[in-house]
Design a protein around this ligand. Structure first.
Ligand SMILES: [Cu+2]
Length: 157
């Protein structure tokens, strides 16, 4: 898996030296499989999931995220406390070891979308920017689709 991702990075770098995505990838973080559950109009919150791979030789750190579809996009961690699911922002960002893969997926981490500006409809796509301490800004395309558990993996209240 790591080798496949690495060759993708090399191809991207060779393809367009001026593309921001290619420049970011050459510093070693690859973001794949970004998705979000559908959210009907009028609801303020949603969640984004993605797999991050650090292909570089140094640790990197996810330090921020933004998207045009919501006022705020913040990394949260879901934990079980006394049998109740709760979530909280992750202080200090998320470190990814060299060669490491972090799956931001239901039940663990998620990017919390707050202040959604409209519905997230099944089949739609939207963009987001993830910011890393070393890799810089990495643009992702988020696909809106139902989650593997039918929407029950993250409770907002
Ligand atoms: Cu959250």
């Amino acid at each position: 898996m790591r080798f496949a991702l690495f060759s993708l990075t090399v191809a991207a770098s060779a393809f367009g030296a001026l593309s921001p995505a290619a420049v970011a990838a050459s510093f070693g973080v690859q973001a794949t499989g970004a998705w979000s559950r559908p959210v009907p109009a009028g609801l303020p919150t949603g969640a984004v999931y993605v797999t991050l791979a650090n292909l570089g030789h140094e640790p990197d750190r996810l330090i921020g995220a933004e998207t045009p579809v919501a006022a705020r996009m913040t990394l949260h961690r879901t934990t079980m406390v006394n049998g109740m699911m709760s979530m909280a922002p992750v202080p200090g960002g998320l470190e990814i070891a060299p060669g490491g893969v972090v799956k931001i997926e239901p039940g663990g981490y998620h990017f919390m979308l707050e202040g959604l500006k409209g519905a997230l409809k099944p089949g739609a796509r939207f963009s987001a920017i993830l910011t890393f301490a070393h890799a810089g800004r990495v643009r992702i395309e988020v696909q809106v689709r139902p989650g593997p558990t039918g929407g029950g993996g993250m409770q907002m209240r």
